[in-house]
Every structure is written in C-alpha cells, then in structure tokens.
Design a protein around this ligand. Structure first.
Ligand SMILES: [Zn+2]
Length: 142
C-alpha cells in the first residue's frame, strides 16, 4: 500500500478524498473517526510535542498571513532580529514569536513587531496621523 501510494501520488490523493467524503457522509463513521482521531492527536502530541507545535505554527502563518515560515525568518533577520519599531529583541508577554503586523484592509504584511508596539499601533487605530499627533503631544508636554 505504501509503495503503491508513493508510486501513484495522484491516484492515492484521489482515493483519500473519496474515503474522506464517504466518512463525512456517514454520521456513524464520522463519529468513530473523530473519537479515534482525537485519541491519536493526544498521543502524537505527547510523543512529538515540538514537531506538532512547529506544524501548527507553520500552518498558522500560512493560513492567517499567507507566508511560509522561511519568510517570517527572513523578515526578522532583515529587521536585525528585533521589533521593527523599538529595540526589543524579544516578542514580550511570554510569546515565542513576534506578532506579524499587517494592514487589516489589504492583508499586506508591514513587519514584525514586539507585542507592546503591535498593541500600541492597534490602540491608535493603525492611524499614522494619530501616532504623529500623539508624538507631538508628548514632545510639547515635555
Ligand atoms: Zn517594539
């Protein structure tokens, strides 16, 4: 079976799709699958924690921002391994990765920010005019 799958990747994918559709269409099979799969996932997490976590992280980057983990790494290196705004070299608040700052209208990625800068920009509604006004206000107030 494994050899056949390796030699026939398209036919194998099609067979998997047909089986998945059949399982989805049958509530009893679906319930059995979900029970078994939940068990399998718990077991796998116990034995392959870092691998599973990396997989979830990569999947999050792909589905949420449309980038590969390599692009995240490349951007962070281009920023000198720190926040794009302040000198922070750690994401903050116990996070392992810098939040990916993006335009909420276009989805375009602007850069990687520390948690604090990411929230600060968000609290000022991603508005450069407001941020400049806030800076002028602080400077004028001394
Ligand atoms: Zn920062």
């Amino acid at each position: 079976m494994r050899a056949w799958r390796a030699a026939n990747p398209e036919a194998s994918a099609a067979a998997s799709r047909r089986r998945n559709e059949a399982v989805k269409a049958d509530p009893e099979r679906l319930a059995r699958y979900r029970e078994h799969h939940a068990h399998w996932k718990r077991q796998r997490y116990r034995t392959h924690r870092s691998e599973v976590r990396r997989h979830h992280r990569n999947s999050y980057l792909r589905t949420t921002y449309g980038i590969e983990p390599e692009e995240y790494d490349r951007r962070l290196a281009e920023q000198g391994d720190r926040c794009a705004v302040c000198p922070a070299t750690e994401p903050g608040r116990g996070k392992k990765y810098f939040p990916v700052d993006h335009c909420h209208e276009t989805g375009r990625i602007r850069g990687l920010l520390c948690d604090r800068c990411n929230r600060a920009i968000g609290l000022l509604r991603d508005d450069p005019d407001l941020l400049e006004t806030a800076a002028r206000y602080l400077r004028a107030a001394g």
